[in-house]
Write a protein that binds this ligand. Structure first.
Ligand code: PNS
Length: 166
């Protein structure tokens, strides 16, 4: 049987410990995992695409079967191009479920052969989101246990540089 490639897509603005936990779990299940960063998202990101790719590469550098890539346009088109068999998404609280099932079923409609698999992060990360991490950092709170140390430092520098600009 051929190797199974999965794609873990997202905005990763920035990567959190919850994302990292899912990358680790997925890398143990699949032969190869591509962490794929959407570059043309509608929402205004805090970190540039280059910064987010750097952070993803930094935290996955010791994981031999994980690569980081970017994509634009439809996820299913990217997945077909890469010959992927599955899309991985994380489910934290029930509140994620509605959006995620909508996305998974839409992707299945567009590309029936591609499966979406939902994984749960470790329970200590069940409430962690990039949005909350950014909010905490903006108000000077500690995000120490929520993101990798290098991301914590980058967030601190980013907030300082934004304050300097004002
Ligand atoms: O981390 P996010 O922002 O929840 O990730 C959302 C993402 C990137 C997985 C999703 O927005 C996506 O796949 N966008 C690409 C466009 C697309 O394929 N849209 C149709 C899926 S419903």
């Amino acid at each position: 049987m051929s190797d199974i490639l999965a794609i873990y897509p997202g905005s990763f603005d920035p990567i959190t410990n919850g994302h990292f936990d899912l990358i680790q779990r997925s890398s143990r299940i699949f032969d190869h995992l591509i962490v794929a960063l959407l570059t043309n998202a509608e929402k205004q990101p805090l970190f540039s695409v280059e910064e987010r790719v750097e952070m993803l590469q930094d935290v996955t550098r010791d994981m031999k079967n994980v690569t980081v890539d970017t994509f634009s346009g439809l996820l299913v088109d990217y997945a077909v191009k890469k010959n992927a068999r599955a899309i991985v998404r994380g489910i934290r609280a029930f509140s994620d479920y509605e959006y995620e099932i909508q996305m998974a079923l839409t992707n299945r409609k567009l590309q029936p052969k591609l499966e979406t698999l939902f994984l749960m992060p470790a329970e200590e990360y069940a409430y962690v989101s990039s949005r909350l991490v950014k909010e905490i950092a903006r108000h000077g709170g500690s995000v120490k246990d929520l993101v990798p140390p290098m991301v914590e430092e980058r967030l601190r520098r980013k907030i300082v540089s934004m304050i300097d600009e004002v």
